[in-house]
Design a binder for this molecule. Sequence first.
Ligand SMILES: *Cc1c(COP(=O)(O)O)cnc(C)c1O
Length: 368
Amino acid sequence: MSGKIMICDLKRKTERYHTEILRAFTRVTESGWFVLGPEVSRFEKSFSEYIGVNNCCTVANGTDAIELALRAAGIQDGDQVGTVANACMYTTTALMAIGAEPVFLDVGLGTKVITVSEIERAIAKKVRAVVVTHLYGQAIREVEIMSSLCRQAGVLLIEDCAQAHGAMIGGRRVGSFGDLACFSFYPTKNLGALGDGGAVVTNNPKLAEKVFRLRQYGWLAKYNVVSGDGRNSRLDELQAAVLTEFLPFLNGWNLRRRQIAQRYAKEIFAPGIILPEVDGEDYVSHLFVVRAKNRDFFRAHLHACGVSTEVHYPVPDYRQPVFGTRFSDILLDNSELLANEVVTLPCYPEMSDGEVEQVVEAVNLWQG
Ligand SMILES: *Cc1c(COP(=O)(O)O)cnc(C)c1O
């Protein structure tokens, strides 16, 4: 075996798409317009068309997208909001910024995403909204059931699609099921910029209008502040132009990601390694996450074979040090188990077939 395989290698992407990137940068520098200009509008239009929604409002990053979506939904200080605990604090950070109270919900062991019964539990606890996360590229297959349960109960459903750009359920893309949906364009995401970026999408024009105001100081129009919880959270023109160049490649990249994932699923047979389900168009393989009982030894073994790994994510939100003993009575069985067992293998579109083979061989040398 030869060479070190990284968990992600963005330099390959910038090399391969050098022409597109240069074209984007030239367009913007020659225009002299750098924040909230024609490139942002153009990307918002093409991204909303791609997702199949009426409105897209870009913002500075994915965490802001969640925060502004929650604020647009009317979530305030002290309100309870349901969220999973296995998605690395993104939603919880947004909730903390607002002063809202997270109600932590468990996930399915196989899917690693939220379950219908946990949505029902949140509704019974009288949450005002829930944020559901399509994790690792796996769309939540029951999202439509969840959305109708929430609608009946007067609870807003917000999708976090930061790891699932382009994933489809029944021919519809994630991001079109909730009252609002959030995306991140962080460089490593399935659709990533060359810096930070994010977006909120929605079919509800009133909610969209609120997000548009909130991202720019609470302005209704220039220098006319109508919302007290406004922010400065804007996507810049350079990133928007890069995203416009990259968007046409997204489906191909997702196809390649799934192809790699399917090879792993078919060819890995090491003892004690539990593989994810990777078959349908509801999976865009943002991260290929397996479970391993002796995780530290398994990772050390792969490291010795030249294969990098990561853990997404090692600590459930309610156990983060920032909370002290605030959530010490909370214990979600599946979230706990997953935090102890998940391991991410390299899976990104620019990997070569040879590298995929090297990962398979390294994993299959594991004796358990
Ligand atoms: C990356 C990510 C976010 C946050 O996006 P940023 O742009 O880094 O703020 C939110 N949710 C999930 C599931 C993510 O993976």
